[in-house]
Design a protein around this ligand. Structure first.
Ligand code: HAM
Length: 429
């Protein structure tokens, strides 16, 4: 018997339905905020995907040579593909440009709770604005999705790449060393990160500043930002980074959006392309990020385009589903589902005709195709949570009527076919 490949999952109807529901809400939000959908290939050149991601992701990509001897990889994220598309095909489009993508991604991660080798993201990228309102929009949009889905007590962990970058650059660490320090911080290996910085030649003052920074975090955003500023006074561009984060969070607060944040000075994300504000979303009791994003102003340039500032986020659909399940949030289901059952074989054509008529009016219709007795067909419809059964028998048909059964109320009535839709719609509203 064949099994799925390790780390790959089959999604059964109930799981698939939950995933599609999160996708659907993400898509609705993309429209509400003016993000247009693009579809990019799952397979890209290895070089594109490897540039500026992270050592961890580079090592975990599904990489192979295609039959034309090209080194290709399955996308581990959307951002590189979207940036490639912008450089190749959209660079002269008016700005801002808002792009939405949804689909599957591949990382050879160690399979565990919330970590899969094939997973789904809803991804939003905003190109053309370096202003704080663009960063604010990405945070507010993410907040909007989680709220609309009905999640409770979620929070954003927020930081700014420029804080660490400002210190390490002034301390003379090159990009490669900075990336290594950031990766260790991302994995919360703080002692290792400090040791690496020390070996890379950071001054005592720099090391002490870093050490004190790692301690600073809290929910009172502006107080925390003051505290960070106090401890990095001598690093000019790090101070600018704090000011930038201040403006973003101030805009959000003054707009009245209820976005709960925890500001963390030592927060780092693994991806190498970030240049500004960074964030991840969390729910209590689930120690894995539901989504993450940030500003990356240098990627388009790196891919050969004119510099275009950009900020974006990816919502992890699988993990959002886990959070919804954990918080027992149920999705609204349609009540307009109907089973159409024939009493005798001779009524089957009429059953198909009625099913088509009901579907034309937007009702969800299942035809009883197993040739079961009425009572067995009704029991089956009941088991699957169908709201109405339409029973089509020769006696009623003579008078252009059918029997309509409201499954939940266990009540039935004989209804004229010409009134059937009206009766169902009246009952379901
Ligand atoms: P990321 O933090 O690598 O960022 O992934 C975003 C989200 O995808 C994570 O928070 C998580 O929910 C989900 N995710 C990642 N890996 C896995 C996995 N192995 N299993 C299940 N879910 C996973 C990015 O991908 C950036 N491209 C986000 C971005 C867009 N930044 C700017 N624009």
């Amino acid at each position: 018997m064949f099994k799925t490949v390790r780390g790959m999952r089959d999604l059964l109807p109930v799981d698939a339905q939950r995933m599609r529901y999160v996708e659907q809400v993400s898509r609705t939000i993309s429209k509400l905020y003016g993000y247009e959908e693009i579809i990019t290939p799952v397979l890209e050149s290895y070089e594109l995907l490897a540039a500026k991601t992270s050592e961890e992701i580079r090592e975990r990509m599904y990489t192979f040579k295609d039959l034309g001897d090209r080194k290709v990889a399955m996308r581990p994220e959307f951002t590189a593909s979207v940036a490639r598309l912008v450089v190749n095909k959209l660079k002269n489009e008016p700005k801002p440009m808002r792009l939405f993508s949804v689909g599957s991604l591949y990382r050879y991660d160690e399979p565990q709770y919330g970590r899969f080798r094939e997973f789904w993201q809803a991804n939003y990228e905003l190109f053309g604005s370096a202003r704080p309102e663009a960063d604010a929009e990405i945070l507010i949009l993410t907040n909007n999705i989680l709220k609309k889905l009905g999640l409770k007590n979620y929070r954003f962990k927020v930081g700014h790449t420029g804080i660490l970058r400002g210190i390490l650059t002034q301390e003379g660490l090159d990009d490669e060393k900075q990336n290594s320090v950031r990766q260790l911080l991302d994995k919360k290996l703080w002692a290792d990160a400090l040791e690496l910085a020390s070996n890379a030649g950071i001054s005592q003052k720099g090391l002490a500043t870093l050490e004190s920074l790692l301690e600073i975090k809290g929910e009172d955003a502006f107080q925390v930002l003051e505290q960070i500023k106090d401890s990095i006074q001598e690093y000019e561009s790090a101070v600018d980074a704090v000011d930038n984060l201040w403006k973003i969070l101030e805009l959000i607060q003054e707009s009245g959006a209820q976005v709960d944040v925890t500001v963390e000075a030592g927060f780092a994300r693994g991806l190498e392309y970030y240049t500004g504000m960074i964030f991840e979303s969390y729910v209590p009791g689930l120690d894995i990020a539901l989504g993450g994003g940030g500003r990356y102003d240098k990627l388009i340039e790196l891919f050969g385009g004119e510099p275009i500032p950009a900020v974006g986020v990816a919502q992890g659909i699988d993990r959002i589903v886990l959070a919804l399940t954990k918080q027992k949030v149920t999705q609204e289901t349609s009540t307009n589902s109907v089973a159409v059952i024939s009493v005798k074989d001779e009524c089957m054509a009429k059953v198909l005709e009625l099913a088509a008529m009901l579907r034309n009016k937007g009702l969800f219709v299942e035809v009883a195709v197993m040739g079961r007795s009425i009572s067995k067909a009704l029991a089956d419809a009941n088991r699957r949570g169908v709201a109405y059964a339409v029973i089509v028998g020769p006696k009623e048909l003579e008078e252009q009527k059918v029997v309509l059964k409201q499954m939940k109320k266990n009540r039935q009535q004989t209804v004229k076919i010409s009134n059937l839709i009206e009766v169902i719609l009246m009952d379901s509203t």
